[in-house]
Design a protein around this ligand. Structure first.
Ligand SMILES: Nc1ncnc2c1ncn2[C@@H]1O[C@H](COP(=O)(O)OP(=O)(O)OP(=O)(O)O)[C@@H](O)[C@H]1O
Ligand SMILES: [Mg+2]
Length: 292
């Protein structure tokens, strides 16, 4: 049996089949219907004199899309990188399914079921599309060269299923357009079938058709019962897809609301400081956060 081929097939089929299943029925995510699958408590992070995050609270639940919004430098990518284990917080806790993760690192993030699309995409320019998609996965350690054909087939099937158009999975990422690279990064994040998916500006370089496609992918991930965090400057996209919106300003959480309780003007007001945010001293209380 071909390990690569089987895995690719399972992932691809899983994506298709699970989209028509009710969410949360795979038993792999969440520790109860109302328990956050992923949580930040009182997280702080500074880079030298720059305070990137202060006392940040965040809760993400299975089967929902949480959007993180805020101006440039508000701390959104720092949150994503802390959850992905790229940065260590100076203070506070990360909890996955209720359990504190003391030293999150990229490997631990993977083991915790966290998959990430970084704002800078994290693709290796000189490697081809398929190799980028499978890079860092445990399967690659078991003889990527012996299983290249299956890898290329798997990458091609996954991209086709996601309606991502690239000239070939055998060309180096350096030869792709910005939008194609972004689509490959999104495809790579969902290929591993993790229950928690973080996407930092997944549509920044995309055209209308591709943005709509990523929106569909995100909605599908939610329907599969996954917890999805998207960072986006595109408020229309956020209002169309997110269940809850967390507004950040200057490293602090200024408000968390169900999407239907937020309008565009209030979000813009919170992220620009024109609307007073929720009392930060209350930020740890559950009442700040209203689930749909
Ligand atoms: N590696 C780093 N070294 C020094 N400062 C950093 C580093 N990463 C982030 N910062 C600083 O931390 C703050 C938050 O940055 P972050 O990238 O999280 O913002 P962001 O909300 O993602 O912004 P954008 O919308 O522009 O992507 C900024 O002031 C930034 O300059
Ligand atoms: Mg950013």
């Amino acid at each position: 049996m071909d390990g690569f081929g089987t895995d690719c097939h399972a992932t691809t089929v899983g994506f298709t089949v699970l989209t028509i299943n009710p969410r949360g029925d795979d038993g792999t995510v969440g520790s109860g219907p109302s328990a956050p699958v992923l949580e930040l408590r009182h997280v702080a992070k500074s880079f030298g004199h720059v305070v990137a995050l202060r006392a940040v609270e965040m809760r993400v639940y299975s089967g929902e899309i949480l959007a993180l919004v805020g101006d440039n430098g508000a701390g959104k990518s720092t949150i994503v990188k802390i959850l992905a284990g790229v940065y260590q917080p100076d203070d506070g806790e990360i909890r996955v399914r209720g359990t504190v993760v003391r030293r999150m690192n990229p490997r631990m993030a993977g083991l915790s079921g966290i998959s990430t699309v970084f704002q800078d995409l994290g693709l290796v320019e000189t490697l081809d599309v398929a190799t980028n998609m499978y890079l860092g996965q445990p399967l690659t350690r078991f003889g990527i060269f012996a299983k290249r054909a299956a890898m290329y087939r798997g990458a091609a099937i996954t991209l086709r299923d996601l309606q991502v158009r690239v000239p070939s999975v055998r060309i180096p990422v350096a030869e792709l357009s910005g939008g194609q690279r972004q689509s490959v990064a999104v495809a790579r994040a969902i290929l591993v079938d993790h229950p928690i998916v973080l996407m930092d500006e997944p549509t920044a370089a995309l055209g209308v058709r591709e943005t709509r496609q990523v929106g569909k992918i995100i909605d599908n991930l939610k329907d599969m019962g996954k917890a999805v965090v998207i960072v986006s400057h595109d408020l229309e996209f956020v209002l169309e897809h997110a269940d809850r919106v967390q507004a950040m300003r200057l490293g602090s959480v200024r408000g968390v609301r169900r999407r239907r309780d937020f309008n565009r003007e209030e979000i813009v007001g919170l992220i620009t400081g024109l609307v007073a945010g929720d009392d930060p001293s209350q930020a740890r209380g559950d009442h700040l956060e209203v689930r749909s």
